[in-house]
Design a protein around this ligand. Sequence first.
Ligand SMILES: Nc1nc2c(ncn2[C@@H]2O[C@H](COP(=O)(O)OP(=O)(O)OP(=O)(O)O)[C@@H](O)[C@H]2O)c(=O)[nH]1
Ligand SMILES: Nc1nc2c(ncn2[C@@H]2O[C@H](COP(=O)(O)OP(=O)(O)OP(=O)(O)O)[C@@H](O)[C@H]2O)c(=O)[nH]1
Ligand SMILES: [Mg+2]
Ligand SMILES: [Mg+2]
Lengths: 277, 292
Amino acid sequence: VGRYDRIDEDLLEEIESILLQTDVGVETTLRIIDGLRDRAVDRRTRNPDDLMDLLREEMADILGDAPAPASDQRPRVIMIVGVNGSGKTTTAGKMAARYAGEGKKVLIAAADTFRAAAIDQLEVWARRAEADFIRHQHGSDPSAVVYDAMQAATARDADVVIIDTAGRLHTRDNLMEELKKIKRTTGKQMDGAPHEVLLVLDGTTGQNALSQARVFSEALGGLTGIALTKLDGTARGGIVFAIGVHLGIPVRFIGVGEGIEDLQEFDAPAFVDALFN
Amino acid sequence: ELTGRMEGIVRNLRGQGKLTEKNIDESLRQVRRALLEADVNFKVARTFIDTVKVKALGQGVLRNLSPGQQMVGIVHQELISLMGEEAVEVAIAESPPTIVMLAGLQGSGKTTATGKLAHHFLGAGHRPILAAADVYRPAAVKQLQVLGEQLEVPVVALGDSRSPLAICKVAVDRAGREDRDVVILDTAGRLHVDEEMMEELRGIRGAVHPHEILLVVDGMTGQDAVNVAEAFDQDLDIDGCILTKMDGDARGGAALSIRQITRKPIKFVGVGEKLDALEVFHPERMASRILG
Ligand SMILES: Nc1nc2c(ncn2[C@@H]2O[C@H](COP(=O)(O)OP(=O)(O)OP(=O)(O)O)[C@@H](O)[C@H]2O)c(=O)[nH]1
Ligand SMILES: Nc1nc2c(ncn2[C@@H]2O[C@H](COP(=O)(O)OP(=O)(O)OP(=O)(O)O)[C@@H](O)[C@H]2O)c(=O)[nH]1
Ligand SMILES: [Mg+2]
Ligand SMILES: [Mg+2]
């Protein structure tokens, strides 16, 4: 590798500093830079523009483009999980609106029975999305709400069930147990449920997001995807590369605002471009 | 009490007679890596390393410490002094009420912190009143009202008012009439790059003159912490910061970034969802947590 021009090493250092500043993390950044060097040697890439194209290709590859788990089961059951304040309730509302807009019958389950006014907050979103809404009293068992929602979904012939859960830190074992029970409840009511388990990650989160993804994934037997929120700010969400490298979990959606329309399907090349702007 | 990378530094310098530029540089590479892994901002880490290098070079030979121990000692000391003072209190106004305003990004923990601060002030014998000035987020007002009920503290909300400024003014006015000596203003989460929303905060500040403006920051924030802290501080001249959700396992490097860029104290740390889960800030504990 001693055949490198000085410009290439300078460019690599510049790329390294950009990646580190977008929360890609030390280890994954080094991996990406090493991978880039290998690709550049393979293809005998010399000029900076071509090197950047190689980089974009490598990074888009890490993120993959795996489609959502296919299933023609009805209703499709989607569980929304994540740490406190990441944007779960808002994302649940946006997703409900998206499906309703596609002509689907949506039912939302208010499984956050703990936080102050959580049910009220989700109810507003259900009305906005024109979705059915299943709730119990504040303080009741979240799994009971989910049981009730699964029954209602069958009775009302719903296409989609979206389960909003309470925010919880992945370091709280008892709260992770509660989440497992919610998941089991859907599975007991319907073989194959939940069809999607979506981890909602705040786009401003640093390296802790990797730990969150790991623990939630382990607890729930896998995550089908990530919704990365608050990308309308200045954070870049580079941590999803570390998650891609270590856990292979794809990003499905990004949140770009607080409005009902502010949900986008994930577009890896566009995301990589935004990282470098 | 040394773990991870710091312990590695002591090990790697074993057998070296004294600190030289070469072995200092090698140690600092490891320190930099530790800081970045702990979410310290890239540029903040670089400034920190430069400062430490100067101190290490100027240190000379210490008879009773190995070069590795010296190095770790300098890093620790510099980090602790950067973290600032322990347990800086909210300034109580000479003539009541003391007005405290909370601000920050979406979901950082402001509404919960409003409740926690109220609990904290009640414990110190004060009589708080809360202003539910988030008119945007669905059920935000209700959320604060529920907390107020739990604490038996009044919450000011103007039923159909869409003006956060009006709500804050009414809260200050009611404090005077109802003999409440602390007013805590809960504002809506907003982006520092949302000019209109930042102007709203400036407007509240200009009309109500809070004695204390606290930036509420999520403890798991990564590189972006520097952008957020700088923008809010430039717009509002904040008095300090509350770092939330530190009951998790985030290393909390955002704390160093915020301190470096604003020089304002971290006054409180959120350590749970309950209203009593608020601690005063301990710089030494934070330094150890970041260095890992
Ligand atoms: N700017 C921006 N704000 C967002 C986005 N998604 C959610 N938010 C805001 O983030 C804050 C928290 O959102 P919630 O939906 O309550 O988050 P949550 O994960 O349900 O919170 P808990 O249930 O308390 O854990 C709210 O103010 C939302 O409006 C986004 O994509 N962009
Ligand atoms: N574990 C833990 N959770 C916290 C802490 N502080 C707040 N939370 C939780 O974080 C979530 C968001 O808190 P909020 O108080 O609604 O945040 P906010 O800043 O008011 O949100 P917006 O008004 O939408 O900007 C809630 O689930 C809180 O219970 C903390 O110190 N530890
Ligand atoms: Mg929620
Ligand atoms: Mg709030």
